[in-house]
Structure formats: structure tokens, C-alpha cells
Design a protein around this ligand. Structure first.
Ligand code: FES
Length: 160
């Protein structure tokens, strides 16, 4: 009886054991390469290419007393008699998008609750929702700048 090595070197048919050994090594190599590829992907920064300054439309689109979630930007626009405010709609726990509820904002993921000013009062969220700077573009559009955090009691009045 010939060994697998003898079969190979003699140019004979592959033994079952040799074939299974090759298949096992191919499996190990394939899964190793897949793991390496995943690791390299994990090390790359996950940059989002969402612009940090953007228009949320005309101020006239927001009646006094309105609260609107701009889903695509994950930002909340609120207007009351004092003016406009913009807040992040990204839950400060693990980043889910909050939803509008009667008493403020609620996170559907783990139940954090934020009052109408964005202050967290229940659930695992560790911080309030940050408020962003608002300003008017030269064309009169309401602009949000998510790079600039402002006090949550700061209002912007585009009509002033
Ligand atoms: S992500 Fe909002 S409570 Fe966990």
C-alpha cells in the first residue's frame, strides 16, 4: 500500500485521505482569508458622507408649534413662539433615530425618553440630544450646521 505522498509523487490517483487533507486546508485558508478581509474592513473608518451643513427648507414651512423629524438628516426642527431650534434625532445611547411622541421624543430601541427640549429623563441614554446652530442662507432657506452645538435654550428667529 502506497502513502498519500507516494501516490502524489508517483503521479497516481489521489488517495481519499490526501484529498480530504487538501480540502480541509483549502477550507482553513478560505476562512482565514475571509476573516482577514473582515478585520481589514473593520479597521477602516466608517465615515458617513452626510453633509454637516444643509437646508431644511423655508422657515414658512414650519408653523408655530411644529415639530418635525427630518428622517434623511436625522435632525429635529422645532418651532415655537420664540423661534426655531434644531436638535439631533440620534439617540445618545446607541444611535437609533428617536421618534416624535406627545411629550417629547422616544427611542424605539431601548426605551430612552427625551422631553420637548431634548433632555433625557428615562432609559439608558446618558446625555440630552444636542442642539445645532441654525441660520438663514442668502436665499432665505433655514440652514442647520451640525458641526456647531449650541445651548438648547437658544432660539433662532429668521424673521428678526
Ligand atoms: S439607542 Fe436609544 S435607548 Fe438605546
Amino acid at each position: 500500500m502506497r502513502t498519500a505522498h507516494e501516490s502524489r509523487s508517483a503521479g497516481g490517483p489521489l488517495s481519499r485521505r490526501y484529498f480530504l487533507s487538501l480540502a480541509a486546508w483549502a477550507g482553513v485558508l478560505t476562512s482565514g482569508l475571509a476573516g482577514l478581509a473582515q478585520s481589514l474592513r473593520f479597521l477602516q473608518p466608517t465615515l458617513t458622507h452626510t453633509p454637516s451643513v444643509f437646508s431644511v427648507g423655508s422657515p414658512g414651512e414650519y408653523p408655530i408649534g411644529s415639530r418635525r423629524l427630518i428622517q434623511t438628516r436625522r435632525v429635529l426642527i422645532l418651532r415655537d413662539a420664540q423661534g426655531f431650534r434644531a436638535m439631533s434625532a440620534v439617540c445618545t445611547h446607541l444611535g437609533c433615530t428617536v421618534t416624535l411622541v406627545e411629550w417629547g421624543f422616544s427611542c424605539p430601541c431601548h426605551g430612552s425618553k427625551f422631553d420637548l427640549t431634548g433632555v433625557n429623563f428615562a432609559g439608558p441614554a446618558p446625555r440630552p440630544l444636542p442642539a445645532f446652530r441654525l441660520y438663514s442662507s442668502p436665499e432665505g432657506e433655514l440652514m442647520v450646521d451640525t458641526r456647531q452645538i449650541v445651548p438648547r435654550d437658544q432660539f433662532f428667529d429668521p424673521f428678526a
